[in-house]
Ligand binder design. Structure first.
Ligand code: ARG
Length: 588
């Protein structure tokens, strides 16, 4: 089904063609949602933008367009207002028909794209033996949401976890492993490294204070790269240990990724450097091989180099990303590659993309997108830390959210005099806790920093997950109370829109597809959150005892019609939340 905006756009283009000729048939009619419901539902600013080109007053242009507009089935007669805006108000009969149409399908009227794309989403990507920090949490949550939306639209999505599992730090770690846990290399499962980060710290300490150890560590790097058997096994042990820790987080978050770490591209790095050389881009500068960048300069105004091979022959983070780009285009057939990292890596990606383009590795129809996000701050506005000043472990952070959700729930149950099973409490607390963390992250414009506050994200009021989950559960409560099976309302159940709050809710329900398309393009999940927040608010208004309408006690045919609106709201919430990676609760 085409969204209302698409239908309107089509009608406008027909009118533009009729009024001003074929040159104008493809012009964007500049349709936006009306800023104030007083002026209707949509507004077109096209007449103002054509004034110069046509040499006529905007109002006159607007009049000519309106004369040609055939919107009888969709809108009330269009109105020309102000300087030449065209205001449109949707007809209740149109809304009723649209709602009946989306009601029958699982997808609620959201079309599958006509030309699915092969999309790589590179997200989460923590580093072995280093802390998986809050930045990785953001990448994981945002990346999963974007992947879910693209998948739902029918794209062929490859979710890649570009884990930092390669590099010189492994020499140090392996050398330390041999020293401190030699058994681990001979006996399977002899190793319980516990906190790998503490292990890393100790290895680093040895590295800093002991010259002999440093040399051993260097040798281990060489052996690792050469594929020497027991060095590789040591490396694998370290990776598996980290993987187990990551898995706990991914399971809690219900996020699925394909692991393809930096090590995967190791055999392809030499060819990257060779090919850059062949293309005439490689310059040797003080022993390092690099490409001089366009548009990136140092303080003296000299072009900056991107080093792809260091003096000691080692490769860089950027070299790996260049190899990964080539692999993803050639082998994975990617048409769009999306990287989700903190904004601090914007330059890194701009530089890598530039070099890849100049090397002619990027076909014209392949799009490279860096999706940056801001920092997570503590309530003091500074970098998010524990009270003692340490980095917050993600596991602790999620556990704390669940524990607080549980405490809230238990006090609510007490207040309401309810008793629930232990299973119920565990499940609800887990869903609310995790959802609150995810939603708090997704509901911010990702490019800005945000303040992490358990109190705010767990609040039952406001733009929070619990508020949305509660709206959903409340609707399921209506079906329980009235003993109504929403699924059996029937495809022929008719919708009648009379009351103001019914119209407002109906219009909002029909905007889901516009919102999803916009998130698909701009990769801003906060738009979907905002949509769902407003949906919950509009539902609550519709269901409000004083300002809304009765549902279960209404007469037919209103009763069925309103139940359809309830059901559609619930299904829209469920679908929208699922695209954010948030499950719903029937009761809470
Ligand atoms: N491991 C990196 C980090 O922790 C993120 C990797 C992002 N993806 C990439 N292809 N560079 O910062």
């Amino acid at each position: 089904m085409n969204s209302t905006q698409e239908q309107l756009r089509f009608k406008f283009q027909q009118a533009l063609f009729a009024a001003f000729g074929a040159d104008y048939a493809e012009v964007d009619p500049m349709l936006v949602s009306a800023s104030n419901p007083k002026f209707g539902d949509y507004q077109s600013n096209i007449a103002l933008s054509l004034a110069k080109q046509l040499g006529q007053a905007p109002r006159a242009i607007a009049q000519q367009i309106v004369q040609q507009l055939d919107l009888n089935e969709i809108c009330e007669p269009p109105e020309v207002a102000g300087a030449g805006f065209i205001n449109l108000t949707l007809k209740p009969a149109y809304l009723e028909a649209q709602l009946s149409a989306i009601q029958t399908g699982e997808r609620l009227g959201i079309a599958v794209v006509k030309e699915p794309k092969r999309e790589v989403v590179d997200f989460s990507s923590p580093n072995i033996a280093k802390e998986m920090h809050v930045g990785h949490l953001r990448s994981t949550i945002i990346g999963d949401c974007i992947a879910r939306i693209l998948e739902f639209r029918g794209h062929d999505v490859l979710r890649l976890n570009h884990i930092g599992d390669w590099g010189t730090q492994f020499g140090m770690l392996i050398a330390y492993l041999r020293e401190a846990y030699p058994d681990a290399l001979i006996t399977a499962n002899a190793l319980d490294l516990g906190d790998l980060v503490a292990f890393y710290r100790k290895a680093k300490q040895r590295f800093d204070e002991d010259e002999v150890f440093r040399e051993t560590a260097r040798q281990e790097v060489v052996k690792l790269q050469a594929g020497v058997e027991d060095t590789r096994r040591a490396w694998q042990l370290l990776c598996e240990q980290s993987r187990r820790e990551f898995k706990v987080i991914y399971d809690l978050l219900d996020v699925h990724l394909i692991e393809r770490g930096e090590s995967f591209y190791n055999p392809l790095l030499a060819a990257v450097v060779e090919d850059l050389d062949k293309k005439g881009l490689l310059v040797e500068d003080a022993g390092a091989k690099c490409v001089f960048l366009e548009g990136f300069t140092n303080k003296e105004g000299q072009p900056l180099p991107l080093i792809v091979q260091k003096t000691d022959g080692g490769y860089n983070y950027a070299t790996t990303d260049l190899a990964a780009l080539r692999y993803r285009i050639e082998q994975d057939c990617a048409e769009r590659i999306i990287y989700i990292t903190d904004a601090g890596q914007a330059n890194h990606f701009a530089q890598v993309f530039q070099v890849a383009r100049r090397a002619e590795w990027i076909p014209n129809d392949v799009e490279l997108v860096h999706v940056p996000f801001g920092l997570v701050l503590g309530e003091d506005g500074k970098k998010f830390k524990t009270r003692s000043g340490d980095t917050v472990r993600l596991r602790d952070l999620l556990d704390e959210a669940i524990a607080r959700a549980r405490a809230d729930l238990e006090s609510r149950l007490k207040e309401e005099g309810r008793s629930e099973t232990e299973d119920f409490i565990n499940h609800v607390a887990q869903v609310i806790g995790i959802s609150a963390v995810k939603y708090a992250d997704l509901s911010q414009n990702r490019t800005s920093n945000y303040i992490f506050s358990y109190d705010k994200m767990l609040a039952l009021q406001g733009n929070t997950a619990p508020y949305m989950l509660y709206a959903y559960a409340r609707i399921q409560g209506i079906s329980r109370k009235g003993d109504i099976n929403f699924k059996q309302l029937g495809d022929d159940a008719k919708v009648y829109l009379q009351h103001e709050t019914e119209l407002i809710l109906a219009k909002h329900l029909l905007q889901l597809s516009e919102v999803i398309t916009s998130v698909e393009q701009d990769l801003l999940p906060n738009r979907l959150c905002e949509y769902l927040f407003h949906l919950s608010q509009k539902f609550n208004l519709f269901y409000d005892r004083d300002r809304g309408v009765p549902v279960l006690t209404a007469e037919e045919p209103q009763r069925t019609s309103r139940l359809v609106l309830c059901d559609l709201t619930a299904r829209t919430l469920k679908l929208g939340l699922s695209l954010l990676g948030i499950p719903t609760l029937e009761r809470m």
